[in-house]
Design a protein around this ligand. Structure first.
Ligand code: ADP
Length: 208
């Protein structure tokens, strides 16, 4: 008789554990979908986006340069350069906010990615993660609900795109999981090769 009671209790306990695990699994899937649904991958020119903020892969002087930085300054006009001068630079991994001036986007978030160094991959990863985290923190503080990122550090700074893509997407998902104010997060890639790498990566996460 005692054995039977113990057995029944055991079955109840196992059923409860299975139920809790199932609920956790379903909730996890729903949450993951809610995060991934807010992420878009696009191919094109970031300077043409009419959204709240675009992110600039700047250099630490914030005084303009080549690549995406040059394109953003060219379109934004001299107002942006003047604003950047008053900021007085930005260390690698941090981010600063300006208005968008002649750009269709309201704001520009300037962040400085690491120059890729094969002898110090760990530090590069930390700094690139910080770029995404700090840019998104600025977005949240300034009630920015749509934001677009280029492939920070993947041009002249030489970061391998596959690695940079996984850092970018994982960091973005981490922030979006705890933050509902950002409704639309775009990764915009200039080249079709980089676009495909991001598309494949996101597809991989979706099917996991
Ligand atoms: P970094 O110095 O951080 O490497 P780059 O500007 O050299 O920055 O390159 C970063 C990425 O931005 C590269 O993948 C490059 O192809 C891309 N890029 C360049 N111009 C644009 C643009 N107008 N819109 C979107 N991405 C761009």
């Amino acid at each position: 008789m005692v054995e039977l009671v113990i057995l029944v209790r055991l079955v109840e306990l196992v059923t409860l554990v299975i139920l809790v695990l199932l609920v956790k699994l379903v909730l996890g899937c729903v949450m993951r979908k809610q995060i991934i649904d807010r992420i878009e991958i696009m191919q094109g020119d970031i300077t043409q986006l009419s959204i709240d903020a675009i992110v600039n892969a700047a250099n630490s002087s914030l005084l303009g340069g080549g690549g995406v930085d040059g394109a953003i300054h060219n379109t934004a006009g001299s107002g942006l350069l003047e604003a950047c001068r008053t900021i007085g630079g930005c260390p690698t991994g941090e981010a600063r906010l300006t208005k968008g001036y002649n750009l269709p986007s309201r704001f520009v978030i300037h962040t400085v990615g690491p120059v890729y160094n094969t002898d110090n991959k760990g530090n590069c990863r930390l700094l690139l993660t910080s770029c995404y985290q700090n840019s998104l923190s600025l977005a949240v503080e300034n009630k920015i609900s749509s934001i677009a990122f280029p492939a920070i550090s993947c041009g002249v700074y030489g970061y391998p795109v596959e690695e940079a893509c996984s850092i970018a997407v994982k960091t973005a998902c981490g922030v979006l999981a705890n933050q509902n104010s950002i409704k639309r997060l775009i990764f915009i890639l200039f080249s079709s090769e980089n676009f495909q790498i991001y598309v494949d990566y996101l597809k991989g996460i979706k099917t996991k």
